[in-house]
Design a protein around this ligand. Structure first.
Ligand code: GLC
Length: 737
């Protein structure tokens, strides 16, 4: 059953025949219940629904003795009076139930939405989203969403501010770690899958929570990769590149959307009516609630300088389509004055309240405001969630280079070096607001031991600091192969973590030199939350595995790939540039009048001092076998173009290949990207086996936005059926008029 109103009613229409109680009635029920409630609400109660606060005193509730008489508690009195529609923060099971009971004691008994950043972990910690995107597996995202949702309810949350849906072209931007990568089509498959997992088919079933598509919109395109910074963007780019994941989230019924901090073409997203109302509601049909980012309404006054705090900021944000204000109190303090002056109409307030009440009804909060956590816990298979996290870590790791040293053969003596290799915290990455208290967390060292590797660990160096040359030499001398942990500490990615260098810290290059001089094969395992510039590693290491921040079971998952217990599965969803100077670097860059390919043309788009092709391009990823492509062909079949290729496993191990279809519109009304991913399929192939892979691409997917409308043009197209975005033999086809 779709969640958006359109889908909801359509779904209802389709189900009237079999449903004992027509679902259309359910929609009408909710709307009727909202209208009935709204008609009774005072202005203060309406304005209260529009505020999410963190209620400092309430966080004490989580720890203190709940039987204590709290009748004098000012905060609870405010909750009972309906001063807040929502709270932010993990409240714990008892705290959650106390707060909900208190809210229901209020005059109209309106429950709270209680939200938190359970981005990739609630109690089980999964790999960071950028890592998960490299699985190219929407079903894995959905399964993880299911796990996070039910665990979140045991932590006292019925709403999470995820999936972050920002296309992230710039590796300097720390929040690339939180997102679905650089491709609109792939992100439009992964993001809705997370929404479906978190919200379920029946959001009111007591096991699912409200999701939040954020940060709307274009956040990843911030100038210079700087967080919170200005974004200037043509409408076509907005619609072709940044909007698709949000459109997919809305079509999947996402309950909430969070506008971003930045200004978009000069207007902060928090008060950008074109984005929040014209596009999000008018074009996409979104009917959930919009919530500001943390104090972002205040920042329209205190930072962007386009409003005064209070009534002015409240009017500008609410009139643009921002329903709920997070933390700052312009709505609470300024809306009455804005109404009195006529800058805000009561209908605008009512519409915002309706959107909020609609989410609360859809998630059954009126009927089931509290959670029987003990009963819920008994239904949660935590070991299965941990196994899912290990599976996700295996599927997120990307084998970037391998001269045959991997998989590690049994019996080899392995020296493991680098402080990150023995750190639980580094596995968990940014935004791991999970509860580490009762869930196993592993390290790479623990993982290698668990997989039976004869491994000796010595830290020898920090990623950005001291190194012990003698210890490095000694470690290598006593081993057959060295596994070295490289990359970035988890604190260099995430919010407000923009950097001017994505090259390795110098110490890591020194470590690499020392290990190479020691004459032992070097397997580099790279941790971190962003693409890094790794030309030296690609040159000098015998193997390179991108492990990202692989989550609480990441030590096991990464070790499973290194030992061959699991086949390498991941494919890059971001380009790995040669140098920071290339950022933002994306595979689907626009072509130019003097294209950079074929490389080497004197008068062409390129840098003089580095290769134009990335060290590792979007879509790249090796396995422990090899594949050969033959017979690439394409034909039209009704509304689809069908791309076919015969893929042979030419190695001695089974493995899975992600066959990718890239397309370019050769003659278009505006300049188009050199290539765009339009379809893919993962196929498992046994050694020596050949499989014919067919990928159907709807012709409707081959269009683009120009002058406010989406068009698919007749004419010539190029295509590549390839293992990554720089590969494949060129095909051509025509779309008929
Ligand atoms: C932060 C982030 C946003 C998060 C919110 C609540 O500043 O921008 O992603 O959901 O505040 O913590």
């Amino acid at each position: 059953m779709e969640m958006s109103r359109k889908g909801f009613v359509c779904g209802a229409a389709a189900l009237i025949i079999c449903a004992a109680r027509p679902l259309v009635a359910a929609v009408a029920d909710v709307d009727a219940r909202i209208d009935a409630l709204l008609a009774q609400m005072t202005l203060e109660e309406k304005i209260g629904q529009l505020w999410q606060t963190n209620g400092k005193p309430s966080q004490a509730i989580e720890a203190e003795d709940l039987s204590k008489d709290r009748s004098g508690d000012r905060f609870l009195a405010d909750v009972r009076a309906g001063r807040y529609g929502s709270l932010i923060g993990r409240r714990g099971a008892d705290g959650y139930n106390l707060l909900q009971r208190t809210a229901m004691e209020g005059r109209l008994g309106i429950p709270l939405l209680i939200g938190h950043d359970l981005i990739h972990s609630a109690r089980t910690c999964f790999p960071i989203p950028l890592a998960l995107s490299c699985s190219w597996e929407p079903e894995l995202w959905r399964r993880i969403g299911e796990a996070i949702a039910v665990e979140a309810l045991t932590l006292g949350c019925n709403w999470t501010f995820t999936p972050m849906s920002d296309i992230s072209p710039d590796a300097r931007w720390g929040r690339i770690a939180e997102g679905p990568g650089q491709d609109p089509y792939l992100a439009s498959l992964l993001v809705p899958a997370m929404v479906k997992g978190l919200q379920g088919d029946d959001p009111a079933d007591g096991r699912h929570i409200a999701a939040c598509a954020k940060h709307y919109i274009g956040y990843g395109a911030s100038t210079g990769g700087l967080d919170y910074y200005a974004v200037e963007m043509a409408d076509g780019t907005l619609r072709d590149v940044y909007l698709p994941p949000f459109r997919a989230a809305v079509d999947a019924g996402v309950a909430t959307v969070m506008p971003a901090f930045h200004s978009f073409n000069g207007v902060p997203c928090s008060m950008n009516r074109y984005l929040l109302t014209d596009i999000l509601r008018g074009e996409l049909g979104f009917d959930g609630l919009t919530i500001s980012d943390y104090q972002a309404v205040d920042e329209m006054a205190t930072g962007h300088g386009v409003a005064e705090r209070g009534a002015d900021a409240a009017a500008k944000a609410l009139n643009a389509g921002m329903d709920m204000e997070m933390i700052s109190d312009n709505y609470e303090k300024g809306l009455k004055a804005a109404l009195a002056s006529g800058r805000v109409k009561i209908e605008t307030v009512d519409n915002a309240v309706r959107n909020i009440l609609r989410v609360k009804f859809r998630f059954g909060l009126f009927d089931h405001p509290t959670v029987d956590v003990a009963a819920l816990e008994r239904t949660i298979d935590f070991p299965a969630h941990l196994a899912l996290s290990r599976e996700a870590a295996r599927k997120s790791a990307v084998l970037l280079k391998n001269d045959g040293v991997l998989p590690l053969r049994p019996g080899l003596k392995v020296a493991l070096v680098g402080d990150v290799a023995d750190s639980v915290r580094e596995m968990r990455g940014c935004w791991e607001h999970g509860d580490m208290s009762n869930i196993t967390n592993t390290t790479l060292l623990a993982g290698l031991r668990a997989d039976g590797v004869d491994v000796t660990y010595s830290s020898c160096y920090k990623l950005d600091g001291a190194r012990n040359e003698a210890a490095l030499r000694a470690a290598a001398a006593d081993a057959d192969v060295v596994v070295a942990a490289f990359g970035e500490y988890w604190g260099r990615s995430g919010e407000n973590r923009s950097v001017t260098r994505i090259e390795f810290a110098p110490v890591q290059l020194k470590v690499l030199e020392t290990l190479k001089r020691a004459g032992r094969p070097v397997v580099a395992v790279v941790f971190g939350g962003r693409p890094l510039a790794l030309p030296e590693l690609d040159r000098e290491a015998n193997a390179v595995l991108m492990a990202w921040n692989p989550g609480g079971a990441g030590g096991w998952g990464v070790a499973d790939v290194l030992t061959g217990l699991a086949e390498p599965y991941g494919r890059l969803t971001v380009d790995f540039p040669n140098a920071t100077g290339e950022c933002p670097k994306v595979y689907n860059r626009m072509t130019t009048g003097r294209p950079s390919e074929p490389a080497g043309a004197r008068w062409s788009t390129h840098y003089m001092d580095i290769p134009f092709t990335s060290v590792y391009p979007f879509g790249w990823g090796l396995t422990y076998t090899t594949f050969d492509y033959a017979g690439e062909r394409v034909h039209a079949d009704g509304d689809d173009m069908v791309f076919s290729v015969d893929v042979k496993n030419t190695g001695d191990r089974a493995g899975s290949e992600v066959v990718q279809v890239y397309v370019r519109d050769v003659v278009a009304a505006t300049v188009r990207p050199r290539r765009e991913l339009k379809g893919y399929a993962r196929v498992w192939i046994e050694p020596g086996e050949t499989k014919t892979v067919q990928i159907r691409v709807p012709k409707a997917r081959l269009g683009y936005w120009v002058d406010g409308s989406y068009r698919v043009e007749a004419g010539e197209f190029k295509a590549w059926i390839a293992p990554h975005s720089d590969g494949g033999r060129e095909l051509t086809f025509r779309l008929a008029e």
